[in-house]
Design a binder for this molecule. Structure first.
Ligand code: DUC
Ligand code: ZN
Ligand code: ZN
Length: 479
């Protein structure tokens, strides 16, 4: 199957150009620029002899006039079917990857979760059993290490050989995922020796648990307490501590879901000093705030995630961090729990509300708003949502770029279309939208995953099992 995408503006991390793209099978076969000058003069896509040469050979021509042609989005942080707080996140690998495709994301990297007392390799098998044959787009795994011992430390190398070379650890959630500083140091040393990377959930969980107990003892049970008992200082402190541990262990570090000014300052300082520290933020920290957690009644439960949403001034600093590259990736931390029967578990006790916000479908759109409002450039949009995640997680240039030889993961994006985000129209398997009613400029028109059109003109054409497991290389910023 050959598909010609003609008339569009190709946007990559390195710039924009009027260009036509030829897809052959699962790969991008060729890219040809059109005459920019003639195109600007006439306002029409320039006639191009390459296109006319290709057109007869194409089985299908997609007219992308007036649209952006982007490398498919890569969401490096999702939780499908994640066990949490006595329940499971509501999207399966099938529903979650389908929703991702609707939103222009063609790769997810999800987290396999080691339960205490189990091995990393059996965990990996378990997550393959959940995902293999069910995904609509390509997927990889990170590994959550929640039981550091000699066996799991040794197993890290076997995970790397199996294409899973990023290990998430938690300074939060004592008794569940929490690791001590000593355990973190050991895992970082092991990762550092093997060229792998530790991803850190940086919140001081020991101190947070005391604040939570105090709030509950004082009868403060509403969802907003979730935010008030996890102050940004305790994210900043944990981030600094993780950075210090990584320095001593001589390992790189990736801070996940960074939400607070304090944590960003610690990351910026470490990067300025030359340390291999990277960080991601998430759309919810750019657009939502503590004020959402404080919505009346139990409504705030929809916004309970960790780290929590912060007061509005943090948002501007995070946008600034995206511009300066102290934040280099935006992932969603997609972790959906239904309001009706899952968030409900924490009515009367905010500490029992399952932590997570749905978002895998909306990341590209929400970040495009940053282009519309002038927070980031078009190329930076592509860089933070596709190209850098590809490099960070060992997928480049197979993913993250439009160039001959790369997978034909391509999004055709209409920058002028208007849409309103809503539970009534989204495709995630969850009964509310954290962005209900939000007006968006821009919309995905077509999504190709490895050369197959999975979304087009408001219809889904994909299938469970099309998505393949991605055996990832090591982080390409470290080689
Ligand atoms: N944070 C969340 O909000 N949900 C799942 C795990 C996490 O770290
Ligand atoms: Zn986390
Ligand atoms: Zn997460």
């Amino acid at each position: 199957m050959r598909i010609l995408i003609s008339g569009g503006t190709v946007v990559t991390a390195s710039g924009t150009m009027p260009a036509d793209v030829l897809v052959d099978g699962e790969k991008i076969a060729a890219l040809t620029t059109r005459d920019n000058f003639a195109e600007r003069r006439s306002g029409q896509p320039a006639a191009n002899e390459h296109v006319s040469a290709w057109a007869p050979a194409a089985d299908r021509i997609i007219d992308a006039t007036g649209k952006y042609v982007l490398p498919g989005g890569i969401d490096g942080h999702t939780h499908m079917e994640m066990p949490f707080g006595g329940t499971f996140s509501a999207d399966t690998f099938e529903t979650g990857t389908r929703a991702a495709a609707w939103g222009g994301t063609t790769t997810i990297i999800d987290f396999a979760v080691q339960a205490k007392g189990t091995s990393l390799l059996s965990t990996l098998d378990k997550w393959h059993a959940k995902a293999d044959g069910n995904c609509a787009v390509d997927y990889g795994f990170h590994m959550i290490v929640s039981d550091v011992n000699d066996t799991s430390l040794k197993e890290m190398d076997a995970c790397i050989a199996a294409g899973v070379n990023s290990f998430k650890m938690f300074m939060a959630y004592p008794g569940v995922f929490y690791a001590t500083d000593g355990e973190i140091l050991l895992a970082m040393q092991q990762a550092g020796r093997s060229g792998a990377i530790v991803m850190m959930h940086a919140e001081n969980g020991i101190a947070i648990d005391q604040l939570v107990a105090q709030a509950l003892a004082a009868g403060k049970t509403d969802p907003v307490q979730h935010g008030l008992t996890r102050p940004p200082e305790l994210e900043g402190e944990a981030t600094s501590r993780a950075i210090t541990l990584a320095k001593v262990a001589r390992s790189p570090l990736y801070i996940v879901h960074l939400s607070a000014i304090h944590a960003l300052a610690a990351v910026a300082q470490a990067r300025d000093a030359g340390q291999n520290v990277f960080a991601e933020t998430c759309p919810q920290y750019l657009y939502l705030s503590l004020e959402d957690l404080a919505r009346p009644g139990f409504e705030g439960a929809k916004y309970v995630a960790s780290p929590p949403l912060r007061p509005p001034p943090h948002q501007q600093t995070l946008w600034q961090g995206l511009r300066t590259n102290d934040l280099s990736v935006v992932s969603t931390d997609h972790c959906p729990f239904c309001f009706a029967d899952q968030k409900e578990l924490g009515r009367g006790d905010f500490s029992k509300i399952p932590n997570g916000i749905p978002g895998v479908e909306h990341r590209m759109d929400l970040l495009h708003q940053g282009v519309v409002t002038g927070e980031i450039s078009l190329s930076r949009w592509v860089e933070i949502s596709s190209t850098t995640p590809a490099r960070m997680f060992g997928l480049y240039p197979r993913k993250g770029v439009i160039q001959p030889g790369s997978d034909a993961d391509i999004v055709i994006y209409n920058p002028l279309a208007k849409q309103i985000l809503s539970v009534a129209t989204h495709h995630m398997n969850v009964d509310y939208s954290a962005y209900e009613g939000m007006q968006i400029t821009g919309k995905v028109e077509t999504t190709l995953s490895r050369g197959r059109v999975v979304i087009d003109a408001g219809e889904y054409h994909g299938s469970a099992g099309h998505g393949q497991f991605l055996q990832r290389d090591l982080c390409q910023y470290l080689q």
